[in-house]
Design a binder for this molecule. Structure first.
Ligand SMILES: [Zn+2]
Length: 427
């Protein structure tokens, strides 16, 4: 009997269970655990149906689905996604890529086999098999520029209120936005998020679904939530992505952050929470996000965003050791693997080399170590942020000059910018 169903699942327990249930339902099925071998096997066997998991080492199920459906030899094979990763975005994407059914894991053991068998059984004389031509067409690969804007990028609490002089670089704490074609992504909610919210209310966007990625809950990264006017507007949805601490969930941490301004009830806007771990997520059709843990006190994330054929990394708090690394300090290497070839790296460059020596192991980098890290890893543009609040404009100007000199001296093919409020980059 020819193989009717190929199941691709890296998890041997779930994979073998699926196989068993399909056989009980009278279907001939095989399991492939190595996703990298799946495409060739589907081509060779030409089954009627493939059942794909999404999160697999090697190639993920949605990419595999896309490849099968765009290869004329396999495009007519029907597909079901069976996955525990069931964000609405995944389901939409699965449909767009040609899957006819999305079954959430854990699935119902009693009905799974029957459900698949019924799906395969022709209903009526002319089984309505969805022709490839009728599949919703994929959006064309986006090549439009992304707009990255800095709303704040300083550390600490200096500024005019504390008697510090005005600064061309600004005193607001971290908040950066990245404008995709249809969505706005906001990174951190330092005091810079206040003016961003005001701008959004002045020039309202059609899409009131905002994404907020929080690296961590140190005060300078959340202190702007109280002044974020979109949070006061019930028309907005705030999709908050972040991580909790081992003893406290993201939900509890966020509630605490909102409490001083909004009380125990929280803000009027709608909030959707995504507590993430170190992993890659499909957050919107065409936008992939890798969260990773950064070298900084407490649970702190950095983010790699892949969207519109661009790669942008946001890691404002994290200590790279540079030339001072010991054999046991492999963080620079880990980070290097994540950031390689990025179009933009936004990185912690808090200290001058001299001040770094006095502040080793504080969880922040010297800007020169950040320059070398970016240069070694073939970054196109490095944006240094989280400048120490004790530095005046002259010090920051010197920092920019020294960084440029280093790039020339080491022959890095890279542009370095020192972050300042109001800086816009087209990526
Ligand atoms: Zn911090």
């Amino acid at each position: 009997m020819a193989t009717q169903v190929i199941v691709v699942d890296d998890d041997p327990i779930v994979g073998n269970l699926s196989l068993e249930l399909l056989k009980e339902a009278g279907l001939s099925a095989v399991l492939i655990q190595d996703s990298l071998k799946a495409q060739a096997a589907v081509k060779a066997e030409k089954p009627e149906l493939v059942i794909l998991d999404i999160l697999m080492p090697g190639i993920d199920g949605l990419t595999l689905l896309h490849r099968l459906k765009t290869d004329p030899e396999t495009a007519g094979i029907r597909a079901i996604i069976v996955s525990g990763k069931s964000f609405e975005a995944e389901k939409t994407r699965a449909r767009q890529y040609g899957a006819e059914l999305f079954i959430e894991k854990p699935y119902d053991v009693d009905s799974f086999g029957k459900q698949v068998a019924a799906f395969l059984k022709p209903s009526g004389a002319d089984a309505p098999r969805q022709a490839v031509e009728n599949l919703p067409s994929l959006p064309p690969p986006a090549r439009a520029d992304l707009k990255l804007s800095v709303w704040g990028c300083r550390t600490g609490t200096a500024g005019p209120a504390t008697g510090a002089a005005a600064s061309r670089y600004g005193w607001r704490t971290p908040c950066l936005s990245i404008e995709l074609e249809k969505s706005l992504m906001i990174f951190d909610a330092g005091s810079g998020i206040g003016p961003l919210g005001d701008e959004l209310r002045k020039n309202p966007r059609e899409n009131k679904d905002l994404w907020l990625f929080l690296t961590h809950f140190h005060r300078d990264h959340i202190q702007g939530l109280a002044d974020f006017s979109c949070a006061r507007d019930a028309a907005y949805t705030l999709n908050v992505v972040g991580t909790g601490e081992p003893h406290k969930s993201l939900e509890a941490m966020l509630a605490e952050a909102f409490e001083p301004a909004f009380g125990a009830e929280g803000p009027p806007c709608r909030i959707e929470l995504y507590e993430v771990i170190e992993q890659t997520y499909e957050i919107l059709p065409g936008a992939r996000l890798t969260a990773f843990f950064s070298n900084h006190p407490g649970a702190t994330l950095g983010f790699v965003l892949h969207a519109q054929n661009k790669k942008i990394v946001y890691c404002p708090d994290g200590e790279v050791y540079g030339e001072a690394a010991t054999a046991l300090q492999d963080y620079d290497e880990k980070l290097g693997g994540l950031i390689r070839d990025a179009d933009v790296l936004v990185h912690d460059g808090r200290f001058t080399d001299e001040d770094y020596k006095k502040n080793r192991n504080s969880g922040h980098s010297s800007f020169m170590a950040a320059v070398d890290l970016a240069g070694h890893n073939k970054i196109k543009k490095l944006l240094l942020v989280h400048q120490d609040a004790r530095y005046d404009d002259n010090e920051l100007d010197r920092m920019a000059e020294a960084a440029e000199a280093r790039v020339a001296e080491r022959g890095y093919a890279m542009k370095v910018l020192v972050g300042r409020e109001g800086l816009d980059l087209n990526v």
